[in-house]
Design a protein around this ligand. Sequence first.
Ligand code: SF4
Length: 225
Amino acid sequence: MHGTSLPGGPDTQREASAEAVIAWAVREFGPWMAVASSMQDTVLAHLVAKQLPWVDVLFGDTGYHFAETIGTRDAAELSLDVNVVDVRPELTVAEQDAKHGARLYERDPEQCCAMRKVAPMRKALRNYEAWATGLRRGEASTRRNAPLITWDEKNQVVKINPLAGWTDEQVDAYAAANGLIVNPLLDDGYPSIGCAPCTQRVEAGADKRSGRWAGRDKVECGLHA
Ligand code: SF4
């Protein structure tokens, strides 16, 4: 692990503001920190870029995204002081289909996510000492105890979750106050946005992640759990 101490114990971490956590991370890691973004919104990228202009923003370009998500990625690149890096799998969708059969996401989404999301991001993170993610405790039961800062054993980097304690309302308010682009699907019945084949609309008031891998036990792609 990078030779540093985290800013305070767990209790202090729970209290720290997103800006304070990012300031600490920028001091510790500077350009050796990246931001991960699913392009659901651009709040975290904007927050980090304010303190670390032209930070690398890693976008997991699985080949299965909605057009709206790619549009959000392009708008982020044009409107923010960030360097968007497309993190792509080893195989194109066509190559994966030829090797593993079409629609692997239907038959084995764990393997599909492992090849198209988890492995490419792990490889990309070898270039950094830390990554900042938009993980929030209120998003899912699997994220209820997400710390602000932790050691990411799987990826061998420090993991920073500056928005861990933020509510949906705080995210929306920050995006509105700063005129940030958000994925238009958020206003079209998709409160949580992943790859198109594995993301469905949800009814108003339903669990926000219930449209992800709907009908399966799977709730995470493997990047965060
Ligand atoms: S979310 Fe679906 S399409 Fe995307 S990588 Fe995972 S299984 Fe494949």
